[in-house]
Design a protein around this ligand. Structure first.
Ligand code: FES
Length: 128
């Protein structure tokens, strides 16, 4: 999955064959875990924590800000394919809420300015 960024239908069929399981078994696992996907993500993946501690510290407002600035809803990818915005449910960084993760790097105490800086730094800025 790291190489392609997602698990294609062809890969699901191959996994089922190799593991002697049904496609439904493989699909069940792929669809259960948030980190698996069946479509290609954007070049960068930004995850904003939606769990309790981060919610208490403003992650819903931060999410709304990101959606507006990037022009996508959660689970969406910008039109230029640079960034996919996703929810995540606890990054283990609750003491530094609200937390985000971009390209597998976690950041804490993220406000709108910090989010802008982080997104800009990875080259994924998409002005709406
Ligand atoms: S609740 Fe957001 S990092 Fe734990």
């Amino acid at each position: 999955m790291d190489r392609f960024g997602f698990i294609s239908e062809a890969a699901i069929r191959q996994l089922a064959r190799e593991l002697n399981l049904s496609r439904a078994d493989i699909h069940g696992v792929v669809s259960f875990y948030h980190d698996f996907r069946t479509t290609a993500p954007g070049q960068h993946v930004l995850k904003i924590c939606q769990a309790e501690s981060c919610q208490a510290m403003g992650s819903r407002n931060l999410t709304a800000y990101a959606e507006e600035k990037l022009g996508v809803d959660l689970h969406g990818t910008t039109d230029d394919g640079k960034l996919t915005l996703e929810p995540v449910y606890c990054l283990g960084n609750c003491a530094c809420s609200p937390a985000i993760m971009i390209d597998n790097k976690v950041y804490g105490r993220v406000d709108q300015n910090k989010l802008d800086s982080i997104v800009d730094a990875c080259g994924a800025r998409c002005e709406s």
